[in-house]
Design a protein around this ligand. Structure first.
Ligand SMILES: [Mn+2]
Length: 272
């Protein structure tokens, strides 16, 4: 992503607290114990909390997600052994705090999210949003208009490309359709991984080919292909699905997914 300001040089200015020097339970919970600073100066990446759950059609409560993630993230350690990288040696990162969303009001919350995130994108700083329910993806994508359309990788049981719920156009089941309609998504380079479970009608997925230009394979189709040697799934979808199969998405349980235990066993995780 190109920056509108000159690239930051030298070691990162903003880094996490060192948990070998101060215990993890000290101080306010910020993401990965990063400084809570609302600035874009000398910053490569900002963590933005989006305590929004007005878009769900079933289980609310995601408004407590950002602070839940922050509390859990104090256990992060600075070195990733799988990737052999110390990200905070490379990137200057801050916890930017939360968007002041408007509980109960989707469109006003969308405006607040876009208003906070667009200047981050425009400054060439990477915004990493923590929800919140994923209906907040639409204003996040709206905030990327100056760079877009962008590729989207969505891990979900559902396409979220339905047209409306209860006669309303904005919620967690429609954000992808709205984003495509608004020209925010580079559809040719985007993928939704893990689609499964019951849907409303037999045309729910196939209609997307005609209406939005989306091609797709459900998990049941991939299972069928796997049973027939020589028949391969398209675009590597099978491999991704094997690794990503928790049975919950969007605050709702989804039948037909892989149990996390089975996924871990396939990956050779000894912790199961
Ligand atoms: Mn979803």
């Amino acid at each position: 992503m190109s920056r509108s300001s000159p690239p930051r040089s030298g070691p990162p200015r903003y880094v996490p607290e060192d948990s070998l020097k101060s215990p993890r339970f000290t101080g306010p919970s910020t993401f990965a114990r990063l400084p809570f600073v609302r600035t874009l100066e000398d910053v490569d990446l900002v963590i933005v909390g989006v305590p929004f759950d007005t878009g769900v059609t079933y289980r609310a409560g995601g408004r407590f997600g950002p602070n839940g993630v922050r509390a859990a993230s104090v256990m992060l350690r600075p070195y990733n052994a799988n990737l052999d990288v110390k990200p905070f040696d490379i990137l200057s990162c801050v916890d930017y705090g939360d968007v002041a969303i408007v509980p109960g009001y989707i469109e006003r919350s969308y405006e607040a999210i876009e208003r906070d995130v667009a200047p981050i994108v425009d400054a060439g700083v990477i915004p990493l949003l923590i929800g919140g329910d994923h209906a907040c993806t639409l204003p996040h994508l709206r905030a990327t208009r100056s760079k877009g359309p962008v590729a989207v990788i969505d891990f979900d049981s559902h396409t979220d490309a339905w047209d409306s719920y209860f006669g309303e156009k904005y919620n967690h089941g429609t954000w992808m359709r709205r984003a495509i309609e608004e020209g925010l998504v580079d559809v040719a380079h985007s993928i939704e991984v893990g689609l499964r479970g019951p849907i409303y009608d037999r045309d729910d997925w196939t209609d997307l080919r005609d209406e939005l230009g989306l091609e797709g394979d459900g998990v049941h189709q991939l299972r069928y292909r796997r049973r027939r040697p020589g028949v391969r799934a398209r675009h590597g979808y099978t491999g991704a699905r094997r690794l990503v199969g928790p049975r919950r998405a969007g605050h709702r349980p989804a039948a037909d997914g892989h149990r996390l235990r089975r996924v871990r066993r396939r990956r050779g995780d000894p912790g199961v």
